[in-house]
Design a protein around this ligand. Structure first.
Ligand code: ZN
Length: 252
């Protein structure tokens, strides 16, 4: 007895054979008129005009991440033992941010890739030369008051280039919002800061102070890789949100 399944299998078989016999016609008959049928054994070259047009890939947006300090300049450090030096935490965070941003489809360049000190003006020049869309500098904080804690982000207010100031402030706010959302850390707000890397760069630029190494409570969190990861993700998401908003405004 013939089962309904074998009838279906036969139909499927005929369909597959048909497709194999006229592969190009089957794949593109809806969009491209093909006059000659090309079989699998054909050695004829496919005319260029009949190859479906492939849109060239959009060029990736470049973002420069700056791990603060390096080499002899270790930045600040934790008070307890073992001592955590800021320059290493900056680098660990920068590398995490880099990997998240790359996953989001951006091209990421670091001002330093190892434990060497790069002069501040050279960090800014690097971002300018690479035509970076954004500049994000990563630091950790310290204060004589051991209870001081929280995250603050700086931008440079410049009357001569108000647009960049406004954009930098917006970028800072987007990043801060995401970091706080991810880490539940205390927000110290977005502030003006006259830092060389912010002053000398030509694109929207921010400097993140990711927490106080002098606070025992905050240091406990910062030394936890899971916490650092959520902080870094917040930075990357803030960048992504800022660029998405910028794109919508540009398309209006
Ligand atoms: Zn620093």
């Amino acid at each position: 007895m013939k089962s309904p399944l074998s009838a279906f299998t036969q139909l499927l078989f005929i369909f597959i054979i048909n497709i194999l016999h006229h592969p190009i016609e089957a794949a593109s008959s809806k969009t491209l008129p093909i006059k000659s049928k090309i079989s699998l054994n054909s050695t004829k070259e496919i005319p260029i005009a009949k190859v479906p047009f492939k849109k060239p890939q959009e060029e990736k947006i470049t973002i420069v991440i700056d791990a603060g300090h390096g080499g002899d300049d270790f930045g600040t450090h934790s008070l307890g033992s073992p001592k955590y030096q800021e320059k290493y935490l900056n680098m660990s965070t920068a590398l995490l941010v880099k990997s998240f941003l790359q996953k989001f489809g951006y091209k990421v360049l670091l001002t330093r890739t190892d434990d060497t000190f790069i002069p501040l003006d050279k960090r800014a020049l690097f971002a300018n030369d690479k035509n970076s869309r954004l500049f994000v500098s990563i630091h950790y904080n310290s204060a004589p008051n051991k209870d001081a804690e929280g995250i603050e982000i700086f931008f440079y207010r410049n009357q001569e280039c108000q647009q960049r100031s406004v954009q930098s402030k917006q970028l800072a706010q987007y990043i801060l919002d995401k970091i706080i959302q991810n880490t539940n850390a205390k927000s110290r707000g977005v502030k003006h800061g006259n830092y060389a890397v912010l002053r000398e760069t030509k694109m929207p630029a921010v400097l993140i102070e990711g927490g106080f190494l002098t606070s025992t409570k905050e240091m406990e969190k910062i030394k936890d890789p899971t916490y650092l990861k959520s902080l870094a993700l917040g930075i990357a998401q803030g960048v992504q949100n800022y660029l998405a908003k910028e794109k919508i405004l540009a398309e209006r």
